[in-house]
Design a protein around this ligand. Structure first.
Ligand code: GRF
Length: 190
């Protein structure tokens, strides 16, 4: 079975990207990283790993999200990308892009979905008095954080935990979960 050609979309530090680069890449191969934020730290991680890293700034597109996504889609198609992994990509994608990549577009979300879709997941888990927290890798569909769950990993919430402490501890969990799930998805795709 051939490795799936993966593009990772980022906006920031790219620690999940790093985990995907460092993991066993026998089922997938990260061949492209695109950031919508110029100068994002994750771009350097990609270059250090010898992976093509591009900036596609969304700002010049103004409110025209679809025009941005058409250019993004064209970049991915040009490079024969088979699977797109969102890793801290801070743009909501429209149905144009989501439909173009249905079943091949995956995200990592810092909560145990269906609990806490959206933002501020660590704060909300604490406020809700949860005893465990976690992360979910899921397919992206039109509805936010609602696609098929590929995998989840959980960890206990400890007395005295703060949103920052939870976020930091969860990141280590995410770094193990995402490569495993991406490999599983890559293996089941044509
Ligand atoms: C992670 O917490 C991830 O769950 C969320 O955005 C954050 C990205 O962090 N989707 P990084 O850029 O991978 O370090």
């Amino acid at each position: 079975m051939s490795k799936k050609r993966v593009a990772v979309l980022i906006s920031g530090r790219g620690s999940n990207l790093q985990a995907l680069l460092d993991a066993d890449q026998s089922a997938y191969e990260v061949v492209l990283v695109v950031s919508n934020v110029p100068g994002a730290a994750g771009l350097e991680r990609a270059r250090a790993a010898g992976v093509e890293a591009l900036e596609l700034d969304h700002k010049p597109y103004g409110k025209n999200r679809e025009a941005f996504e058409r250019d993004l889609d064209a970049l991915l198609v040009q490079r024969n990308i088979q699977l797109v992994a969102l890793a801290g990509f801070m743009r909501v994608l429209t149905s144009f892009f989501v439909r173009a990549w249905t079943g091949r577009l995956v995200n990592i979300h810092p909560s145990l979905l269906p609990k806490f879709p959206g933002t501020k997941t660590h704060e909300r888990a604490l406020e809700a008095g949860e005893t465990e927290h976690g992360a979910t890798v899921h397919l992206v569909v039109d509805e936010v954080d609602a696609g098929e769950i590929i995998g989840q990993a959980s960890m206990p919430i400890l007395p005295g935990d703060t949103p920052t402490a939870l976020a930091e501890r969860l990141l280590a969990v995410e770094h193990k979960l995402y490569p495993r799930c991406l490999a599983a998805l890559a293996s089941r795709l044509n």
